[in-house]
Design a protein. Structure first.
Length: 100
């Protein structure tokens, strides 16, 4: 759960877009090059799970796997806050949530 301001900070997934006109992975739009070596043409700051230092949740101290986040998914959902900045997104007063 992230707010609208933090939506652009969220990382992208590794899967390709579904084909449609204007998608990033088509040759016509310039997003996909033919016969390129992805290892050489990729960004220098690639994601590596072995060298990345993961943050801990501010509330429950569990490991967070989203870079830039301060709260884990469970704590953010329970409190109705943004996982990155902690801004209140949802009013959870009348929700029936478990204590686990």
């Amino acid at each position: 759960m992230v707010c609208d301001a933090c939506q652009k900070k969220v990382g992208r997934i590794a899967t390709q877009d579904v084909w449609k006109s204007g998608s990033r992975n088509t040759v016509e739009s310039g997003g996909k090059k033919l016969n390129e070596n992805k290892l050489l043409s990729g960004k220098s700051s690639r994601y590596s799970p072995y060298t990345t230092k993961f943050n801990k949740c501010k509330l429950c101290k569990s490991t967070i796997h989203q870079p830039g986040s301060a709260y884990c998914q469970g704590c953010a959902y329970k409190l109705g806050i943004c996982g990155m900045c902690g801004v209140k997104i949802l009013e959870t007063k009348n929700y029936r949530q478990s204590a686990v």
